[in-house]
Write a protein that binds this ligand. Structure first.
Ligand code: GDP
Ligand code: IMO
Ligand code: MG
Length: 425
C-alpha cells in the first residue's frame, strides 16, 4: 500500500470489522504502529502459523519484532490487562519492552473505574449501553473532569497519594450508588498494584515528539483505531456509543499528530454488519439468516464472548462513515463467510416515519426500516482464492456494487482470519 507518512486504519461499522487482522497484514509496509484511542474494551484478533492471538491494548503490529509499537495518549490502560497481554507475548518468546513504547499522557483505568462502570450500567434498566465493563466510560469521565491518573504519575513520588485519593472519591460514589464493592475491591486493588511492576518495565514517551521525530527521520506510521465509527462518542447513535473518538480525527488528538502528515485512511468494512451491546442496528436480522451469519462468521465477542447481533451490510451507515473519516480505501473482510447465500441483501436507503432517506437519523429512538437491493450470492467457498481474478463473478459483482455505491476503492479483500488470506488489489 502506498502511503504518505501517516496512514490510518479504522473500523467503519460497530467494531469487530477485522482491524487486528488487517493491521497485522499491512504492518510490513510501515515502521511504526500506534494505537490512538480506546482500551481493553477492544479485542483485536489476528492469526498466523495456525495460532490465533487477541490483543486488547497493545497495537496489532507487535508480532513484527522489528517494528516500533506505540500506545498513544488517547488510549486508556488497565495495568492488569496490560500485564496479561505482556505475559502472553513473552511466553511466545517476544521481548515487547524492546519495541513497545507508552505515552506518558495515557490515562490509567483504576479498579474502581471498573466497579463504577458496573454500578452505572446496573442502574440503567432497559437503557443499558451493553458496556464491556472494562472501566472505559468512568476513566474517560475522569479524564475530562481533570481528575484522572496518567502513566506519567507512575514516575512521581506522590503516585500512591494520588491513587488513594482517586480511590476514596470513587468509593464515595459507589456508596452513593449503593454498589457493594466490599467483596471485589480488595482483591482487584491488590492485583492492580502488583501489575504496575510490568508497566514500569516499559519506556514512557511523549508520543507527539517521538512520532514527529520518526516522521522527520523518514519513517512511516500506521495509526490503529479501536471500536468503529458507529460507536464514536460524537457520531454514533448516542448514548449507545463508547467514550472516545473512534474516527480519523481521533488519530490526531490521540497521538499528537500534525494532520498535514495524513496519507491514506483505510476503512475496514465487514461484508455484513455486527454489533455487540445495545443501540440501533437498522439491518439487524432476528431470523435464521442472522443465526447463519453468526454461526458461519463465528460472531462471538473477542473481549466478552457475547454473541454478536448480525445483519446485512448497511450502505447508509457506511457512506456516513466514509464521509466523516475521509476514507481513501476500503478493506473488505469476512465476505467469505457468506459462501452459501443464494441472495445477499444490501441496505441502500432507510424509511424513517414512512419517508425515504439516505441520511443517518440523529435520534437513537426512531423507527428505521431498511430498504434493500438484492444481489446474487456466489454459492461457493472463496477462502482459498489467492488473487482477485480467481474470485467468482458474483463476488466481483458484489465488490463492484459496493465500490460504485460508495465511490471508494476496495483495495484489500480479506478471505479468512489468517494474515495470508488477504488479497491486495
Ligand atoms: P477487530 O476488533 O476489528 O480487530 O475484529 P475482531 O478480532 O474482534 O473480530 C473479527 C473476527 O473475524 C476475528 O475472529 C478474526 O480472526 C476474524 N476475521 C478477520 N478477518 C476475517 C476474514 O476476512 N474472514 C473470516 N472468515 N474471518 C475473519
Ligand atoms: P473492537 O476494537 C465491538 C461496544 C460495547 C458497547 C459500547 C460501549 O474490538 O472493535 P464500552 O465498554 O466502550 O463502554 O462499551 O461499545 N464496544 C465494542 N463493540 N467492538 C469493540 O472493540 C467494542 N468496544 C466497545 O459492546 O455496546
Ligand atoms: Mg474486536
Amino acid at each position: 500500500m502506498e502511503h504518505k507518512k501517516i496512514d490510518i486504519v479504522l473500523g467503519l461499522q460497530w467494531g469487530d470489522e477485522g482491524k487486528g487482522k488487517i493491521v497485522d497484514a499491512v504492518t510490513p509496509n510501515y515502521d511504526v504502529v500506534a494505537r490512538f484511542q480506546g482500551g481493553p474494551n477492544a479485542g483485536h484478533s489476528l492469526e498466523f502459523n495456525g495460532i490465533r492471538h487477541v490483543l486488547h491494548i497493545i497495537p496489532s503490529g507487535i508480532f513484527h519484532k522489528e517494528k516500533i509499537n506505540v500506545i498513544g495518549n488517547g488510549v486508556v490502560i488497565d495495568p492488569i490487562t496490560f500485564k496479561e497481554e505482556i505475559d502472553a507475548l513473552e511466553a511466545m518468546g517476544l521481548t515487547p519492552t524492546a519495541n513497545l513504547f507508552i505515552s506518558k499522557k495515557a490515562h490509567l483505568i483504576l479498579p474502581t473505574h471498573k466497579l463504577l462502570d458496573a454500578a452505572y450500567e446496573s442502574r440503567k434498566g432497559d437503557q443499558k449501553i451493553g458496556s464491556t465493563l472494562k472501566g472505559i466510560g468512568p476513566t474517560y469521565t475522569d479524564k475530562t473532569a481533570r481528575t484522572g491518573l496518567r502513566v506519567c504519575d507512575l514516575l512521581s513520588d506522590t503516585f500512591n497519594d494520588k491513587y488513594q485519593k482517586a480511590k476514596a472519591q470513587h468509593i464515595e460514589l459507589l456508596d452513593q450508588l449503593h454498589f457493594d464493592h466490599s467483596t471485589m475491591l480488595p482483591d482487584l486493588d491488590q492485583k492492580w498494584l502488583a501489575s504496575l511492576a510490568t508497566l514500569r518495565k516499559f519506556t514512557f514517551i511523549d508520543s507527539e515528539y517521538e512520532l514527529y521525530d520518526y516522521i522527520q527521520g523518514g519513517k512511516s506510521v500506521l495509526a490503529e483505531g479501536a471500536q468503529g465509527t458507529m460507536l464514536d462518542l460524537e457520531f454514533g447513535a448516542y448514548p449507545f456509543v463508547t467514550s472516545s473518538n473512534t474516527i480519523a480525527a481521533g488519530a490526531f488528538t490521540g497521538l499528537g499528530l500534525d494532520p498535514h502528515f495524513a496519507g491514506k485512511v483505510l476503512g475496514i468494512v465487514k461484508g455484513y454488519c455486527t454489533r455487540v451491546g445495545s443501540g440501533p442496528f437498522p439491518t439487524e436480522l432476528f431470523d435464521a439468516t442472522g443465526e447463519q451469519l453468526r454461526k458461519q462468521g463465528n460472531e462471538y465477542g473477542a473481549t466478552t464472548g457475547r454473541p454478536r447481533r448480525c445483519g446485512w451490510l448497511d450502505l447508509v451507515a457506511l457512506k456516513y462513515a466514509l464521509m466523516i473519516n475521509g476514507v481513501t480505501d476500503i478493506a473488505l473482510t469476512k465476505a467469505d463467510v457468506m459462501s452459501n447465500f443464494e441472495t445477499i441483501q444490501i441496505c441502500t436507503a432507510y424509511k424513517v416515519n414512512g419517508e425515504l432517506t439516505t441520511k443517518m437519523p440523529t435520534a437513537s429512538d426512531v423507527d428505521i426500516e431498511p430498504v434493500y437491493t438484492p444481489l446474487k450470492g456466489w454459492m461457493q467457498d472463496v477462502s482459498q482464492c489467492k488473487t482477485y481474478e480467481e474470485l467468482p463473478q458474483a463476488f466481483k459483482d458484489y465488490i463492484q456494487f459496493i465500490e460504485q455505491e460508495t465511490r471508494t476503492k476496495i483495495s484489500i479483500v480479506s478471505l479468512g482470519p489468517d494474515r495470508d488470506a488477504t488479497i491486495f488489489r
